[in-house]
Design a protein around this ligand. Structure first.
Ligand SMILES: *Cc1c(COP(=O)(O)O)cnc(C)c1O
Length: 344
């Protein structure tokens, strides 16, 4: 990677973060008269820990990473936006990503007036590192990859991912939102080897807590420090911190749910392949299927009328005729199959 200082926007590099009253979270103190809080209405009267150390310690233990290599945000969407804001000068710098992929990278680029270059995957949704690297010039600061990819469901080839990390001088952001469903290992153990690697994970999928809004970014302590500098001081509220910690302390429950989802995924693969209007069920490493049907808009609307909502991806690059279907409970999956198999 090039020098971090050369990669970060100069204004961000130079700035001092807002120093909040509760920055030095004095655990031993008992009288808090520093933050203009109401002294009543415990515990919500207090500002939450701005750096969420208790939660990070648990995540560090679960994921076997250094606590200083963790950033927590209001969903993964927060670190996606912060990375672009920290590293890309509006109307000057660019990011490169793949197509199709998760829509938020492009939205965050647009919000920040940062050019978004897309490299179309192959017909079977494979990544070609050389094609991505061909888009790189001096203005490209970040490459966004997503594996397993959304909406395609496949994992990107590891060697192609390595090739990009090793040959690009800027940041490579690897979104692993679906990694818990995957047969491929996470890139987290590689973090120490690559100073330009940022890995995103989330509580929103396997951990079953999309409503809590807790996203995780893993990177070198230097990169995490830059994100901490520009985030809102209290970006993860107290209820989210507390409840997420409870959930992370009960990994057994998550693993039980994960097993159920994975066994339904196996059942649904066959069941979907047997549905006459489905021409193709793409292989998946995630908790959803991309399926190709003859008339996607019509099938989609028919499912809506029957009260079954899936995601219509008909207008997405390489996904013409495709619907994206999440693996639900056995009952929900049966309802989907019944709706797909009925002719009315
Ligand atoms: C669902 C999803 C996320 C999760 O976003 P949150 O803001 O953490 O809920 C991130 N990346 C991808 C690719 C996703 O599909």
């Amino acid at each position: 990677m090039m020098n971090l200082k050369d990669l970060v926007r100069p204004n961000v590099w130079e700035m001092k973060p807002y120093s909040s009253a509760r920055d030095e979270f004095h655990r031993s103190a008992s009288v808090f008269l520093d933050a203009n809080e109401n002294p009543y209405n415990e515990p919500y009267n207090r500002y939450p820990d701005p750096l969420q150390w208790e939660l990070k310690d648990r995540i560090a233990e679960l994921k076997d990473v250094d606590r200083r290599s963790i950033f927590l945000g209001n969903g993964s969407d927060e670190p996606i936006d912060l990375l672009i804001r920290a590293f890309c000068d509006p109307a000057v710098d660019c990011i490169v990503s793949i197509a199709p992929t998760y829509g938020m990278y492009e939205v965050a680029a647009n919000v920040n007036d940062v050019e978004f270059r897309k490299v179309t995957l192959s017909k079977d949704f494979a990544l070609n590192a050389d094609k991505v690297l061909d888009e790189v010039d001096e203005w490209v600061k970040i490459i966004f990859l997503c594996s397993p990819n959304n909406p395609t469901g496949n994992s990107l080839d590891r060697n192609e991912i390595y090739k990009i990390i090793e040959n690009f001088e800027g940041l490579v952001v690897l979104d692993e939102a679906y990694i818990d469903f995957s047969s491929e290992p996470s890139f987290l153990p590689e973090l120490a080897k690559f100073s330009n690697l940022v890995i995103l994970q989330t509580m929103s999928k396997a951990w079953g807590a999309a409503g809590l809004r807790l996203g995780m970014a893993f990177a070198s302590p230097e990169i995490i420090g830059i994100l901490n500098k520009i985030k809102y001081p209290y970006n993860v509220n107290m209820l989210t911190q507390q409840h997420a910690l409870e959930m992370l302390n009960n990994e057994t429950e998550m693993l039980k749910q994960l097993r159920s989802i994975l066994s339904e995924r196996i059942r649904m693969q066959e069941a979907l392949e047997a549905v006459p209007i489905i021409h193709k069920v793409y292989p998946t490493d995630a908790n959803f299927f991309l399926v190709e049907v003859s008339k996607a808009d019509i099938v989609y609307n028919r499912l809506v009328r029957k009260g079954v909502i899936v995601r219509n991806r008909n207008n997405v690059t390489l996904c013409q005729g495709c619907l994206r279907i999440t693996v639900g409970t056995p009952e929900e999956n049966d309802a989907l199959l019944e709706a797909l198999n009925s002719n009315s």
